[in-house]
Design a protein. Sequence first.
Length: 447
Amino acid sequence: MPEKAAPAPPEEQLNRVLSPLMLWGLGVGYVISGMYFGWNLGLEQGGTLGLALATGIVIILYVTFSLGYAELACCIPKAGGALDYALKGLGREMGFICGLAQIFVFVFGPPAIAAAIGAYMHIFLPAVPIPAIAIIFFMLFTSLNIYGVKAAAMVELCITTTAVAGIILFSFLSFPHLKPDNLLRNPMPNGFEGMFGALPFAIWFFLGIEGLANVAEETINPGRSMRIGFGSSITTLVLLCLLTFVASVGIDGWEAVVYPAAGAEASDSPLPMAVARISGANSPMHYIFTLIGLSGLVASFHGTILASGRSTFEFGRVGYAPAWLAEIHPRFRTPANALIANTTIGIVAILTGKTGDMIILSCFGALSLYSISMFSLFALRRGYPQMERPYRVPFYPYFPVITIVLALFCLVAVSTLNGGLALFYFGCLAAGYVVLQLVTRRKALVH
């Protein structure tokens, strides 16, 4: 008989309420803020061609990863996602490293997006400080996620649909003004070094889709639904990425969606800047599109809060962190303690004001997660051939190998150009590993 994943005890189980449509809303929603802010900073590094090459590499990475990750989510539908896959396939130590990397993705991603939400809202509420707006949004959406996953997923579906419609509307507005020559203007100002510098911002186009696996435990028929959720989400995101890139840069060259004015610092609001080139900075369309862009940020912010709660919850449930993180709210059946803990860290991160550093730290965690997960896939195929697999990644073993090679390539490139943050990230992993060994040894001596 095929081996099935062991269910969690009833007191630790989450409600299975999510449909394939809700999964699409979550999968696209986790990521779609990357179309509305942040990616254009890669143009400053690499120009049109440099960012295009980096984005091409990243698209291949995410397509191969998503299809391989879907197999893992289907056969081990648990809230920990990559943590659970590494724990079963590679052992307790690698499970810890992968789980900690996942926490970096989902703990530092939300405050970066919250800061961008604060910047967008500050346009309409100039008297309110940006950090205050970000913190209010953090507390509001944490409360919604504590209330219930079905309500949270329905809100996410509505916001995501609005954000997708916004990208389509932007394309219709932009393409009549697109000039192919603008795509070729100053295409690679910093050579291939600029392409490497653009990699984190190309990753930002797609970072977060892995969070879909963290709601597998709350999905109706995960063996079927997760496959549909990952496939439909990555297809939608690749199309939106291409539309966003070409439509933005084609209006007036890449500088027009990076610098608000000559000599100004780079802005992380490329789409409103592009719309301003078409209709004017004070036009109704510019303000309307700023509001639509806000929906994209809120969709990703909300979705990553949801995924972060599940990853931290599982980190506690398997014994890597205090057991209180794994407690489920008795009424709402949601990981309330984990959500509150993540929000506390997120608020502290917002107060530092280092949005760019938070994005890069999320990238470090994501790239580590992608490579370890694919090693887990190989280990599970070899060590558990009898495990039930409702879905299998196509072109095995080539797709998982491509994911590993590209993820490690990007990790080395990003580390080389961000040495201080790389030292902090890998230092945290090393310190966590040492603590794990000390705690494990102490428990062994006690027993």
